[in-house]
Design a protein around this ligand. Structure first.
Ligand code: SF4
Length: 316
């Protein structure tokens, strides 16, 4: 038993320590589940972990490093930060942090800030051009580093937010997938925190005391529409516990025959088969399926990293 295990703690400290352990285990478990469900990391992968200096990407790196030590196969991690030369960006924080952590890393310096402020008229949002430039740079860096996967720190609430943005403003049933090939067709982008709610990442950042770099250094306006849907989901979480989880879980329980997309289901060629089908039409409005009110992932007893069966994937 280590000295740390035997030293005296007040009941409040003991409770905080217990809660911290539970949180760490939950994050490891949910990340492992997402990695396995979507076959995100395979044997021999070199994963480029994109680090912005925000709480989500710090947590992603931290969790992936912990899982890497226990994984039954080998994969590499390389942390990458893009220094976009925003005024006030502290250039030493990430290199110092990553050096102390002992993880291989690369800082790419590209002054995209000057480009967007020169090209985008004053008062207009710069995010779209800035993101496009950043994406191109990250793809190039992934090539140069020989990365086989690009890991981004988006979490459950980002995915929900994107779903509602597309629904409310884009007229599309489209979210943000845990894994997808990049728009240039050359890279696999993964989101290991896809199952993790933002509230857990906020708590984890406090627990771990990550050296957060503020995200508003560029002075750009926040995306008001995204803020609006984020507020809506937060309000639901306060008033209707379980609702946002149900919406989130619905993303992986799609029933194309009960939607209206003719690309996903052959409505045009549909004919009766004569064989009863429990999933067929019941000719009336369907009541809400109460028994599927699944809520958040259940707390399991043995949820420790050590107890977990870590099975991401092995290359065939
Ligand atoms: S907030 Fe600033 S750094 Fe972030 S995407 Fe927008 S312009 Fe770029």
């Amino acid at each position: 038993m280590s000295t740390a295990d035997t030293e005296y703690r007040s009941p409040a400290e003991e409770k905080a320590r217990h809660e911290g352990n539970k949180l760490s285990k939950r994050l490891a478990r949910e990340t492992t589940r997402a990695l396995s469900d979507y076959n995100m990391i395979e044997e021999g992968d070199r994963v480029m972990v994109c680090l912005s200096g925000g709480k989500d990407s710090y947590a992603m790196l931290d969790i992936l490093m912990a899982l890497q030590k226990r994984a039954p196969f080998r994969f590499e991690l390389i942390a990458v930060n893009l220094d976009q030369k925003q005024p006030g960006f502290p250039p030493d924080i990430l290199p110092n942090y990553l050096t102390a952590l002992g993880v291989p890393f690369h800082i790419e310096t590209q002054d995209t800030y000057s480009i967007v402020t020169r090209v985008v008229p004053e008062g207009k949002t710069m995010c779209s051009l800035c993101s496009r430039l950043r994406r191109g740079i990250l793809y190039r860096v992934a090539d140069e580093l020989g990365a086989t996967k690009i890991a981004l720190g988006h979490h459950r609430d980002d995915i929900l937010g994107t779903l509602f943005l597309n629904l409310f403003y884009g007229g599309k049933l489209k979210g943000m997938p845990p894994k997808l090939v990049s728009d240039d067709g050359r890279h696999t982008v993964i989101r290991p925190l896809a199952y993790v709610p933002e509230s857990d990442l906020i708590a984890y950042a406090q627990l771990k005391q990550f050296p957060i770099i503020p995200c508003n250094l560029c002075g750009s306006q926040e995306n008001l529409k995204r803020k609006e849907v984020t507020r809506m989901v937060q309000e639901w979480d306060r008033k209707f516990p379980g609702r946002s989880w149900n919406v989130f879980n619905a993303l992986s329980r799609v029933v194309p025959s009960h939607l209206m997309d003719r690309e996903l289901f052959d409505f045009v060629g549909l004919k009766p088969t004569g064989v009863p089908d429990a999933g067929g039409d019941i000719a009336f409005d369907e009541p809400a399926d109460d028994e599927q009110a699944c809520g958040a992932p259940a707390e399991e007893g043995a949820d420790g990293l050590n107890e977990q069966k870590i099975v991401f994937s092995r290359r065939a």
